[in-house]
Design a protein around this ligand. Structure first.
Ligand code: ADP
Ligand code: ZN
Length: 734
């Protein structure tokens, strides 16, 4: 980015471009002043009447984004004492902004998520014994003196913890001259993984794949490998070898996981392999950890980071390998703010940084498989589980002939299988991807459905909490005493099941079993999820009733029976990826069964046993299913063979929203290889009090869809309060 102006700045003409973590169209120009700021430096600059922290994005003549007259230019205030952002990372931020049609400052904001980390670590103050005992001696004071006697200086917090006294006692002793302050050296960062330690002895098949992965790391340069192997095949063990190789080379490693798969089990395995736990990055981190981790990553001292999708925007100084585990997972797509898919952006990051990426899955996305077929990705397969472990057998239960009375959901066949499992002292799992007790509550008198006042959505009954909740906004309420429609006295009936209702049925059927619900509203955050997973693994629960939170990345050695309550659930609505996603989810949940020495079984309750998804699961013939799925996409010009971008127009007044949506349709690009669908009210036509319309742009792969979409949206200026959000490569269609 620097040009010839850097080497010989004519006095008064050298400007620096500073990108601020704000939703602005581009970088702002400043004079470097006396600071000597260079690209990558974190700098403080004046912004209006205040000051802001940004990054020097480039040096040279007037920025085309926001030209400012020479005389009006302000100077950089100071360069912060923080490691500058690496050039590959800066290029990545610009690239993501261009691809997702976001403001570069909005992308930068994701990379500057911990402003406190830009300040150097605060000096630590310790206390040691330096004078005579105080005149007024107390037992508490005595304990402090005992703790420090003959030992090193400690911080006030360490002393108060060791002596069991309030921090004020320490301060008091310092005031009395018994203790004196000393500066302590900064905390040493935690020990880093030791790649020299030996892993398990790999099977020949695993060894072969591990060597090919290690080879991409050893050679360096950009490459993408798709590590495609059944659940339990040893994919994790194999990519650990690639991590070891990257560490040996001296680089940093990032492992991306869907947040809820980031479990103690994964961390423990890592620790068993490399001697220490990796650094983690997820929503549950405390501020002090967040700050230290961010800084250590920027300094290149944190060697392995495992995190959720946002970890991709951490400022790695020297990233040398990215692993995306469960690469097919929908949780990698962010639909708010900057809309990006972390798997795709990870590949871009590897390309810009010229290092390898590894995508890992038992059920890879069609996108990745097509890339592998075309030879863009190395396709590495692990089709077998090592040792005795076998893949679970999957059978369909035809619910059309199950003869279940209304209000019951566990078929006689499934009941019998669960009973056998429990009798054998093994665990069973009932899967239903729906939180709460019932997805719909209606008035028996007039048929009125209880809806969210802010969203076009039914309220979901959560009986544990005694509330009706909207799953799209924060709204919740108790059950009304009169029907809001017919005003008759409350006579509501729940319709359909959620996990809480299945629990009720299961407890009635198996009163002796220890039964528990595992869903995102019963288990809060990754730490609680870890604790729950451990309890299941230890056999403290006999019958687990779970949503997809339980589907990912866990090993449950005692679990041998999986029952899917409603195999058809994900197929309803039928968006582009419904079949693919349902196949992935159900095969993942079935894969929970029988991972140790005991063989597992999975049972799918379905009203469509002939559906290709059910057929593929039962026969285990993934490749034929995906081939068909691919052919259908190809015929329709849909991803991965075509490209999509979505516009979501929203605002508080429906008429204005519709007007903008119609104007956008009129302004749509008219090229032959493009097609605009819509505008139409979104399936979720009202969300958080905003009306929503959608348009979809479909294009051939050759079209530069980000540029076309950006230019299209720029042709319409919406009135205040109406927003147009761009989603390149949309995954959600609500
Ligand atoms: P995946 O990631 O493909 O689901 P894992 O790497 O989690 O598979 O392996 C499944 C289980 O089998 C783990 O407990 C793992 O430690 C064990 N395992 C896999 N390969 C080996 C091996 N070669 N030697 C010993 N244990 C292995
Ligand atoms: Zn709502």
């Amino acid at each position: 980015m620097a040009n010839e102006h850097t080497s010989s700045p004519a006095p008064g003409t050298a400007r620096i471009h500073v990108l601020l973590p704000l939703p602005l169209a581009g970088a702002y120009d400043y004079l470097p002043g006396e600071t000597g700021a260079v690209p990558g430096d974190f700098v403080v600059v004046p912004l209006g009447r205040r000051q802001a922290v940004g990054i020097v994005w480039g040096v040279g003549s007037a920025s085309p984004d926001a030209p400012v007259a020479e005389a009006k230019l302000k100077s950089v205030v100071e360069v912060l004492d923080a490691p500058p952002m690496a050039e590959a990372m800066r290029r990545f931020i610009s690239w993501v902004a261009a691809y997702t049609c976001a403001d570069p400052g909005s992308v930068l904001r994701m990379a500057m998520s911990v402003p406190a980390a830009l300040q150097p670590p605060r000096p630590r103050i310790g206390y040691h014994l330096a004078g005579p005992p105080p005149e007024r001696m107390t037992p508490a004071r005595g304990r402090v003196i005992d703790v420090l006697a003959g030992g090193p200086a400690l911080t006030r917090r360490e002393i108060s913890e060791a002596a069991g006294v309030g921090a004020g006692v320490v301060t008091g002793l310092a005031g009395a001259g018994t203790l004196a302050e000393v500066a302590l050296p900064a905390h040493a960062p935690p020990a880093e993984p030791d790649w020299r330690r030996a892993g398990p002895v790999l099977t020949a098949e695993q060894q072969n794949v591990a060597e090919r992965l290690e080879d991409t790391v050893r050679r360096g340069g950009f490459s993408v490998s798709l590590l495609d192997g059944v659940t339990g095949a040893g994919k994790t063990e194999v990519y650990f070898e690639a991590i070891a190789r990257a560490l040996a080379k001296g680089g940093q490693v990032l492992v991306l996981l869907p947040e809820i798969a980031l479990t103690a089990q994964w961390l423990e395995r890592f620790e068993a392999r490399f001697g220490v736990a990796p650094r983690t990055w997820h929503s549950d981190l405390r501020q002090a950890e967040r700050r230290a981790t961010w800084r250590h990553i920027a300094e290149g001292r944190a060697r392995v980071v495992v995190g959720a999708r946002s970890a991709l925007f951490l400022p790695f100084a020297n990233l040398g390998l990215i692993i995306v585990d469960e690469e097919h997972d929908g949780a990698f797509k962010q639909d708010e703010g900057v809309c990006y898919h972390a798997r795709d952006m990870a590949v871009a990051r590897a390309s810009l940084g010229e290092f390898p990426a590894v995508l890992v899955s038992a059920t890879p996305s069609l996108e990745s498989l097509v890339n592998a077929e075309r030879g863009r990705y190395h396709h590495l397969r692990l089709p077998n589980r090592p040792g005795a472990a076998e893949l679970p057998e999957i059978e369909a239960i035809d619910m059309r002939s199950a003869g279940l009375p209304a209000g019951e959901w566990i078929s006689p066949l499934l009941r019998a299988r669960i009973a056998e499992t429990l009798a054998a002292g093994e665990q069973a799992l009932l899967f239903l991807n729906r939180r709460g007790y019932a997805p719909l509550t209606l008035c028996k008198r007039c048929g009125h459905r209880l809806e969210c006042p802010n969203c076009a959505a039914w309220l979901v009954e959560h009986r544990f909490q005694d509330r009706l909740r909207c799953h799209h906004c924060d709204f919740s309420r108790g059950l009304p005493e009169i029907c809001p429609e017919c005003e008759g006295e409350a006579d509501f009936t729940p319709c359909g099941p959620g996990v809480e209702r299945i629990l009720e049925e299961a407890v009635a059927l198996f009163p002796e079993a220890r039964t528990e619900v595992v869903a995102s509203d019963t288990v809060h955050g990754p730490l609680a999820a870890q604790a729950m997973v451990e309890r299941i693994a230890r056999g403290e629960i006999d019958l687990v009733i779970g949503t997809q939170i339980i589907a990912k990345g866990h090993n449950f050695p005692l679990l041998t029976c999986v029952g899917v309550i409603d195999g058809d659930l994900g197929l309803a609505g039928g968006d582009l990826r419904a079949a693919e996603r349902t196949y992935q989810l159900l095969s993942q949940i079935s894969g929970r069964a029988g991972r140790a020495e005991r063989p597992g079984r999975a049972w799918l309750q379905t009203y469509m046993p002939e559906h290709p998804v059910m057929q593929a699961l039962v026969s285990g013939d993934r490749d034929t299913f995906l081939e068909r799925e691919g052919e259908a996409r190809l015929a329709q010009g849909m991803p991965p063979y075509g490209r999509l971008s979505a516009l979501i127009v929203s605002g508080p007044e429906e008429e204005r929203v519709r007007t903008v949506a119609v104007a956008l349709a009129r302004a749509a690009p008219g090229d032959a290889d493009l097609q605009v669908l819509g505008p139409a009210p979104a399936p979720l036509a009202l969300l958080r009090g905003r009306f929503r319309y959608r348009l979809l742009l479909k294009a051939s792969r050759a079209v530069r869809i980000s540029e076309v979409t950006r230019a299209w949206v720029a042709r319409v200026t919406p009135p205040p309060q109406v927003r147009v959000r761009i989603d390149i490569d949309p995954y959600g269609f609500l």
